[in-house]
Each structure stands twice: as C-alpha cells, then as structure tokens.
Design a protein around this ligand. Structure first.
Ligand code: AMP
Length: 436
C-alpha cells in the first residue's frame, strides 16, 4: 500500500516522498482514511509509530482542499486546526512535521508554548495561521489576553493525551474544549488508557474509529535490551567504560533528577566524552540548541530527564541508556522508544543497582519479558549498598526540610498512576474498528 493509495493528494505524497518514506506505517494505514473521511479517532499509539504523520498528512489534505467556511464572515484568516501537546519540545516537533509535510500546500502553521517571550507569538497570531500547535498553559494565556481566537477550529488533536493528563493539564484542556465550536473533528492519541483517558475520550469523541498499534517496543524485536547490575557508586564509571568500549557515538542517557543529569554530564566531560544535559531548569533556547547539536552529531552523549526528553524525535538513535530506572514502569517503554524507530534497530541498556531491582521487576511485568542481565568485571553490584540519598527520605521528609527538594525529579505529577492503563489489544500488530 502506498501513500497515494490512501487517498492523499499529489502535493502531500510528494512531500512524504521527499522525507524518504516508502510506505505508510500501520498507524498511518489505519488513521489516514478515517481522518480524511472526517470521522473522530481514538488512536492507541505512542511516539515512534509514525503517528504524527498519521494525523498531520490527512489534516493538511483536508484543510488544503476545502475553503475556510468562516473566512468571509470574519474577514480574517481563522485558525482551522488545533493540535495540543504536553511539552514544548513535542509542539515544536509536530509543527516541524506540519511544515515539512505541508511544504507543497498553501497552509500556515505556528507553535505556541510557554517559557519564551509571548510578544512574538502575539504578533505572529495577527497574521494567517491555519494550523496551531500549542501546549495548553500558554494557549490559555493567549485566550485570557484575547490574542487567539479558537472559535473556528474545525479539527482538534490531543497528542500524547495520557502525558497531558499526567502533567495535570486536564482542567486546562477542558477550558480549551469549552472555547471550540461544537461541530468539529476530534482526534485523540494516547499510549495508555487509564480511566481518566477513557472518560476524556467519552466526552470528547463522537463515535470514534479506534485505531491501535502494538506497543512496538514491548516486543523488542528491534531493540536489544540489556541490564547491567552494578553498584550505584560505580554507575558513572561503568557508563564511561561502556561508551568507550562500544564506541557509541550518539547516546541518549536518562537520569531521574536534574542535578543528576548535570553531574553525569560533568563526569563524562571529565573523561573526555562530549556530553550535554537537558532538563527543565534549562531555558527553552538552550534546550533547543542542545538538542539540535546532539541531532547533528556535535555532541556524543545527551543526558536527559524524562520530562525534557519527552517527544524528542531523533531518527536512528542507536543507543539509549537508563542510568537510573524510572519510577513509573511505563516511562521505561517511552524511554527506549527513542531508539529503533520506524524500522531501524537500536539498543537500550539499563544500569541497575540493588535498590532498583524492584523497579526492574515492575518493568519486566509490564513488558512481559525478563531482560538479560550481565555483571561486568570491576563494576559489580554492592549488596550492602545504602539507599540512594534522594530517595532515603521520600514520603517522610525531616521536619523543616519539606521545601528542600531542589534536586527533585524533573516532573510535576505526584498523583501519577503507577501502572496506567494499556491499550486493550497489545498483542495484535494492528487493528482498526469502529467503537460500539
Ligand atoms: P512519530 O511516531 O510520529 O514520532 O514518528 C516516528 C519517526 O518515524 C519519525 O522520525 C518520522 O520521521 C518517522 N516516520 C514517520 N512515518 C514514516 C514512514 N512511513 N516511513 C518511515 N519513517 C517514518
């Protein structure tokens, strides 16, 4: 099946060909016809499945082949599609895709996210914007300042909806929904299906087609996964050893904390491995520059926290390392999804110390697989290891120290569900059906 057989126009097929895609991914095969036909869609898919093109291509097609119905009435260009994302990185990436796939059609797009000056966004919003990609918080700032008009939205996308809820955006989302016209197409993408997502989908979507693709990474066909059992104090030395031994040239390393990311990047630099850290304490422009440098191959190791890495899209990333395992097992799947994307192979290594063994077990339960373990001589685990300082006091901080968690995880939610839901049919490679 080719992209043109899916009903996409020559201009869009040409842009896809320019990206080098030869055939649609399973989510694209299923989602594109549904969206082209104007129906609502519930997509069970995570980053790495090609979902962005799955919704972007048909949106571009629909908007470029129909006239904005309100244009005459409002006498200015209405915003016709709104794509909400949980993070600024993902917003920027999605808009990049919109631009690339839409380079042969006459549509304009822009991103709106916080952490940067609002004035240029206000200025840009005065000109033609057909497709707006936004994070909820900053979008509501614009709503409050009356610098954005959402009353002509024809298509709404909630991308990584589970992440948005995890990050506490549900009220913002509901406020935004209230500003949209009732008559519109709704597309909701989520990797997991908690009760909260289900209830959002129930109120938002109208007789949606349900499109599911298997959690690519749990099958681990493409991703080689390996656990190294090691003493916590030896992790930095082991990582240095592995990078040097394997000559890894582009490694994404995950740490749990912002300061941990900085410390590790510093350690690697001291060992003559070029490394940069990316996390929530860095300004948006620094994060964007760091990411670009890593993508270009200008830096060997990018050390990131989960929040900062969310949505990072790097093709053919050969190596992901979990310097520390995530507290939430689902994050493991998201992390390793950064490698071996859309057909290329990759490796995911986890450095696991004694006190992380329970986290490892939870991950193995989730992915329904026992991961191979190895101990490297000279970097053995320490059975008598003291609990990690960061976690020692978790749950019951000593008096007067409740505010002192500056080295906290780079994430907001504390109420986050530890298991989340899972797509209901992970074993099938793909399926498409109308919900009852
Ligand atoms: P996404 O799931 O949207 O983050 O996409 C994952 C990666 O797959 C991105 O780097 C896309 O550029 C790439 N991609 C999307 N569609 C295709 C396709 N049909 N063939 C090959 N690569 C693709």
């Amino acid at each position: 099946m080719s992209f043109s057989n899916l009903g996409l126009s020559a201009e869009i097929v040409q842009a896809v060909a320019a990206k080098g895609y030869t055939e649609p991914t399973p989510i694209q095969l299923q989602a594109i016809p549904v969206i082209l036909a104007g129906g609502d869609l519930l997509g069970a898919a995570q980053t790495g499945t090609g979902k962005t093109a799955g919704f972007t291509l048909p949106i571009l097609q629909r908007l470029s082949t129909t006239v904005a119905p309100h244009k005459a009435a409002v006498n200015r260009w209405p915003i016709r599609a709104l794509i909400l994302t949980p993070t600024r990185e993902l917003a920027a990436q999605v808009e990049d895709s919109v631009q690339e796939y839409g380079k042969y059609v006459n549509l304009n797009s822009m991103t709106i996210f916080g952490g940067v000056n609002i004035t240029p966004q206000i200025r840009r919003l005065k000109s033609r914007v057909d497709i707006l990609v936004a994070t909820p918080g900053r979008l509501l700032d614009h709503v409050q300042q009356r610098t954005v008009d959402l009353s002509h939205i024809e298509i709404l996308v909630l991308d990584e909806a589970d992440r948005m809820l995890d990050m506490g955006f549900i009220r913002d989302i509901r406020r935004i929904l209230a500003l949209l016209p009732k008559q519109r197409q709704n597309l909701l993408f989520s990797a997991t299906f908690s009760n909260e997502i289900k209830s959002l989908a129930a109120t938002l979507l109208n007789n949606p087609a349900v499109v599911e693709v298997a959690r690519r990474n749990t099958s681990a066909e493409l991703i080689e996964q390996q656990v190294y059992r090691v003493a916590r104090t030896q992790k930095s030395a082991l990582l240095t050893h592995l990078i040097q031994q394997h000559n890894w040239y582009q490694v994404l390393v995950f740490t749990r904390t912002k300061h941990g990311a900085d410390r590790l990047a510093k350690h690697l630099l001291q060992n003559e491995i070029s490394a940069l850290a990316i996390h929530g304490n860095k300004s948006q422009s620094v994060r964007t520059k760091t990411l670009a440098k890593f993508k270009e191959g200008g830096v060997q190791v990018l050390v990131a926290t989960d929040i900062a890495a969310r949505g990072i899209d790097i093709n053919d990333l050969p190596q992901v390392v979990n310097f520390e395992l995530p507290d939430v097992p689902e994050d493991y799947v998201h992390r390793i999804g950064r490698t071996g994307r859309a057909g290329s192979s990759g490796g995911a290594m986890s450095l696991v110390c004694e006190e992380e063994v329970r986290l490892l077990k939870a991950i193995e339960r989730l992915i329904q697989r026992t991961l191979p373990q190895e101990i490297i001589k000279g970097f053995e685990p320490d059975p008598n290891e003291a609990p990690e300082p960061d976690r020692r006091n978790q749950g019951r901080p000593p008096r007067g120290q409740q505010q002192r968690r500056s080295d906290s995880r780079d994430s907001r939610p504390s109420s986050r569900p530890s298991t989340g839901g899972r797509p209901s049919a992970p074993s099938r490679s793909s399926s498409s059906r109308r919900s009852p």
